[in-house]
Design a protein around this ligand. Structure first.
Ligand code: GLU
Length: 301
């Protein structure tokens, strides 16, 4: 398969979709991104990386960070599952309603409440955002990956909903650390800026059933399977069914317009285009992944 040629074709095919939808504007720093951007990268398990468009341009990874923090938390054991579930929520990613009905246990690690629990779990070993940055720098081989300070400051200024979720869980004894400390680490993990190439490279351990780029093992086979399974069922906000239907791969999106998808045994794919649909997934990004699995036949089904 000539992946470079394939990516060129996909970029042509989805060109009419680029700019359709709306750039996330809940914080000013994200609203300023250029809507017409599009990039896509495929990292193969042998380390080869191919890309098209803006595939080397950093963007705000936002909720794609949740895949990596989940994996890091599970690398220390599966105690996390006593504090967070693994069912799709069927509610918006920042909903408070379900938490009350379910006694402060978030439905899954990819809604905001669940991701805050994961960050809190990691915080037992030090700053979660720092641990995440270290991991991403090692996997991508890029020491210059960092936190966008403007996005982080803007997120921190608009964090009342996440703060409410965290305090609510604290009232159910489902926060180990003070809420301001957990929130600070969560905001910084979401504000990391990376390119499609670096995200795809950093996620290869999920395509290799838990094995990192240096050959060491981050996750056992079961834990790697579980991260992929939760991505498939819960990774694309309230549209995981539609995403599985169209793309047929484990995926995790972020409001920055990125989507990470995994083809187990073969490759990790990251696509970025900032305009989102009503459920928060990149319009051109979903279309590109749809074309990718259609043209390659590499869905998991
Ligand atoms: N920083 C965002 C928040 O917590 C992440 C949103 C997302 O990408 O889903 O609200």
């Amino acid at each position: 398969m000539d992946l470079a040629a394939l990516l060129d074709r996909i970029a042509d095919d989805v060109a009419p979709e680029i700019g359709r939808g709306f750039v996330a504007d809940y914080i000013p720093a994200l609203a300023r991104v250029e809507p017409e951007r599009f990039g896509m990268a495929v990292a193969e398990v042998d380390g080869a990386v191919h890309g098209v468009g803006d595939w080397e341009r950093p963007f705000s990874i936002q909720s794609m960070s949740k895949v990596f923090t989940l994996a890091l938390a599970l690398s220390h054991g599966d105690g996390l599952w006593a504090r967070v579930g693994r069912e799709p929520s069927g509610n918006p990613f920042n909903s408070l309603v379900q938490l009350e009905n379910e006694d402060g246990i978030p439905r899954n690690p990819f809604i905001n409440a669940g991701a805050l629990v994961v960050t809190d779990e990691l915080a037992q070993r030090g700053d979660a955002a720092a641990a995440l940055l270290e991991f991403l720098r090692e996997e991508s081989g890029r020491a210059d990956i960092g936190i966008d300070p403007e996005v982080a400051a803007s997120e921190a200024d608009h964090a009342d909903r996440n703060r409410a979720l965290a305090y609510f869980m604290a009232s159910y004894q489902n926060m180990l650390h003070p809420v301001p400390a957990v929130l600070d680490q969560y905001v910084r993990q979401c504000s990391i800026a990376m390119s499609c190439a670096d995200v795809a490279r950093s996620a290869l351990f999920l395509a290799r059933h838990g094995v990192r780029n240096d050959g060491s093992r981050l996750l056992g086979l079961s834990a790697a399977k579980r991260v992929n399974a939760v991505m498939l069922t819960c990774g694309t906000y309230d549209a995981a069914g539609e995403f599985a239907y169209r793309v047929g791969l484990p995926g995790k999106s972020g409001v920055g317009g990125g989507i990470l998808a995994i083809v187990p045994g073969r490759c990790a794919v990251c696509v970025w285009s900032p305009c989102l649909d009503a459920r928060g997934n990149s319009v051109a990004g979903v279309a590109a992944l749809d074309r990718f699995t259609t043209l390659t036949g590499w869905s998991i089904f």
